[in-house]
Design a binder for this molecule. Structure first.
Ligand code: ADP
Ligand code: ZN
Length: 728
């Protein structure tokens, strides 16, 4: 028997297969999709078995597979084929697709072989009567007698709870022995007292539609904030489990959605496996194993959880479908939504895309009937959508109100008096605190990326938010030595400080990258706020999603404009989603919610739509823009980035690529550029960009493939191809 093994080529991202003999001892165990050890040159490396065959010419020259790394962990046939789909869709090497699909412990670049986690217990090695007799003759009261007594009352005890010396003595007397048991690092029990909510009529209809789909079908579940989408997901998954099938639900970012994950544990207990980047390698290994062993049947996780090796999938849900975290920004540049639909086709099961603010692409397909459109139009219970007030900051600034407008201060004061809570959102996309010299105009810039450094007060240093470059702050301008440095812009720290001037007694929490970098700190902050141990929560976009606090009646959006000004075709869509989702945090309980949006563009149409809580109106407006400007969903997009550490080489190749495209793709397709990319200088490389817009182009795929192959062999310039880019 012979095995074709796919390896990761040391220097280049290309696929290499080598054939090996399968030794007799492994024959009965080896299957396609296993990770194996193989001799390679002078070394031993790992690879995936892609194919097994009985015959091979020139077999005498072949080496043998050394061993199977873990015979429980196998990429099944569906996932092996899914790798081929991702290779084809994103133009990545097959090996990169597989490496992306697997948890770290299974990647072939990882050599640790055993991730199993064991606990060691002590148990009796003799009958209880014998032990009792022994104790009577032993007479002494010490740790040894205590341990034996404990074992008379308990079937087993943890070895770690006792002193090694006592254990050794009792083992030598043959009275006790050790047993080793594998344990999962994460344990959760369901809530046996769980009270299921009675669904509203709208929820009931949506649920019926989803669970009665017995073939592959894609649904858009559009539901305004607070309409109870999560409840629909839980009930639908419950039905699927009852039928003996399994389910996946993707969430944008788990730390932000811990409230939802906890609901899953309440409903399904240890049938749930979770995946997200904050888990340790060992935890990921365990969760993966639970799935392969059929113990976990519901998977909740971020993007890569879409590759969970579940069998017999009955439902795939993508919550907050509009989130850009579903697209991977480096190779393989796949979108988890595409993979979900591919897996849905394979398992002939429904795929539900849920959001209050779906992407234009998905909503357009739903309105055309390509996807099934489900709509939750009402908030659950009595809670009403918040009223939204737009405040013109130009007139506020004239009154010296730079950060907080007068109406916002007034409302916050009322809220504090009434013992209610407030959330303040600082929209940080493309905005930051910078330092500049008022004498010479100097600003700090990153030497690697050519962008302005951001000032961090708590550590008193300046940092590049792209590459992490950090320098200490200084009192005088490094350029002209004058004491004239000014702090511009608005950071969460500054907001917090200013807020204390207005409300010295208010209990203020700040949630941003700095205060949530430690594991578990995010959850801790959320709990403090939830328990009403704080009055005001200040945060960046991370607070806009998924949080459900009944006492929050006021949401203030401090600087609504910043993301509108980002040069990207999705900036309106992203701004609407952010502001609408943030507003949706207000008035979820028994009190009416209010939202204040501070802006320098009070007449902006996107903000008006947010004010009216009218997604449909925004959709019409933005679809028209996209049609006029020829962007998706009217045109498909491909973005190509040409990257080099030399400016000249990058530019020269960008022109070459554009010329090649002009003569090799359909004349009806539009080629924009080359232009400098949005982030032109990054980590000491220069980046040019070409964007292709097309509707039908049967020559495009071949052209891209050819270009990709050409540039694989280049060493001083890279070509990055992004099909259906999230940003350009
Ligand atoms: P969405 O995700 O659509 O914004 P959620 O799923 O967070 O909404 O639901 C909003 C709130 O309403 C939550 O507190 C949830 O527990 C509650 N809820 C949802 N459905 C019902 C129902 N049928 N009856 C009572 N409360 C519900
Ligand atoms: Zn940098």
């Amino acid at each position: 028997m012979y095995a074709e093994v796919l390896i990761e080529y040391p220097t280049k991202k290309i696929d290499k297969y080598f054939t090996y003999k399968v030794p007799d001892v492994l024959r009965s165990k080896i299957t396609r999709g296993m990770k194996v050890k193989i001799p390679f040159g002078q070394k031993e490396i790992q690879g995936f078995v892609i194919n097994l065959k009985d015959e091979y010419q020139d077999s005498f020259a072949l080496k043998e597979i050394t061993n199977i790394v873990d015979d429980e962990l196998i990429l099944n046939d569906e996932l092996m084929d899914l790798g081929l789909y991702i290779k084809d869709k994103t133009l990545c090497p097959l090996i990169s697709a597989y490496q992306t699909m697997l948890p770290p412990s299974l990647k072939i670049s990882d050599d640790q072989t055993n991730y199993n986690f064991y606990k060691i217990y002590l148990v009796l090695n003799k009958e209880k009567d014998d032990i009792q007799n022994y104790l009577q003759s032993y007479k002494k009261v010490n740790e040894q007698s205590k341990l034996l007594n404990d074992l008379l009352n308990n079937e087993r005890v943890l070895k770690n709870d006792y002193k090694p010396y006592s254990i050794k003595a009792l083992k030598e007397k043959g009275l006790i022995k050790e047993v080793k048991e594998q344990e999962y690092r994460i344990h959760k029990n369901g809530n046996i007292n769980l009270v299921k909510k009675t669904l509203t009529d709208e929820q009931e209809i949506a649920l019926k539609e989803i669970i009665s789909a017995c073939k592959h079908e894609v649904f858009l579940l559009e539901g305004i904030t607070g309409s109870g989408k999560t409840e629909v997901y839980l009930n639908a998954i419950n039905e699927v489990l009852q039928k003996g099938m399994t389910a996946i639900m993707l969430v944008p970012e788990i730390t932000l959605t811990m409230q939802i994950v906890n609901r899953f544990y309440e409903w399904f207990g240890d049938k749930v496996a979770i995946f997200h980047s904050a888990l340790s390698k060992g935890e990921k290994y365990d969760e993966y194993l639970k799935i392969l062993r059929g113990e976990a049947r519901v998977v909740v996780g971020t993007r890569s959880a879409i590759f969970a090796p579940l069998k017999n999938i009955g439902l795939i849900i993508i919550d907050e479908e509009h989130s850009d975290t579903y697209k991977q920004e480096n190779s393989p540049r796949y979108n988890a939504k595409d993979v979900a639909i591919k897996r849905g086709e394979y398992h002939k099961c429904p795929v539900v895309l849920g959001s209050a603010t779906p992407t234009l692409e998905v909503r357009a397909r739903a309105l055309k009937g390509v996807y099934k459109y489900l709509h939750l139009t009402k908030r659950v219970g009595e809670s009403m959508l918040p009223t939204v007030e737009i405040v013109d900051m130009l007139s506020e600034v004239k009154k010296n109100n730079f950060i907080f407008s007068a109406p916002l201060i007034k409302k916050m004061e009322q809220n504090l008096q009434n013992n209610l809570q407030t959330i303040l959102l600082l929209n940080r996309r493309g905005y930051s605190t910078i330092i500049s010299c008022s004498k010479c105009g100097f600003t700090y810039k990153c030497p690697n990326c050519d962008i302005t450094l951001t000032y961090h007060k708590s550590t008193n240093n300046l940092r590049c938010h792209y590459c992490g470059y950090t320098i200490p702050n200084s009192d005088v301008c490094p350029n002209c030595q004058e004491d004239a440095l000014n702090y511009l812009g608005l950071g969460t720290e500054k907001v917090e400080k200013e807020l204390k001037k207005y409300f010295p007694l208010a209990r203020v929490l700040r949630m941003d990258q700095d205060t949530t970098s430690k594991k578990g700190s995010h959850e801790k902050l959320i709990n403090i706020f939830k328990n009403h141990e704080a009055d005001i929560l200040i945060g960046t976009q991370m607070i806009s999603k998924g949080l459900d606090f009944p006492l929050v009646t006021l949401v203030g959006i401090l600087n609504a404009d910043t993301s509108l000004n980002i040069p990207d075709f999705r900036s309106n869509e992203k701004t609407f989603a952010l502001l609408y989702q943030a507003s949706g945090r207000a008035g979820r309980g028994d009190y009416k919610g209010e939202v204040i949006i501070q802006t320098f563009n009070p007449d902006n149409y996107v903000l008006k739509c947010v004010q009216e809580n009218d997604f449909a109106k925004f959709y019409e407006y933005e679809m028209n823009n996209r049609r006029l400007l020829k962007y998706s969903p009217y045109y498909y997009l491909v973005s190509l980035r040409i990257v080099s550490s030399s400016y000249e080489i990058a530019l020269e190749n960008a022109n070459k690529v554009a010329t090649y495209l002009k003569s090799n793709i359909s004349p009806t397709s539009i080629i924009l550029g080359p232009t400098t990319a949005n982030l032109f200088k990054f980590n000491n490389t220069y980046r040019f960009q070409i964007v292709i817009k097309y509707r039908f182009d049967d020559k495009l795929k071949d052209a891209l493939q050819t270009l990709d192959n050409i540039y694989l062999n280049e060493t001083n310039v890279n070509l990055e191809i992004d099909i259906d880019p999230e940003h350009i």
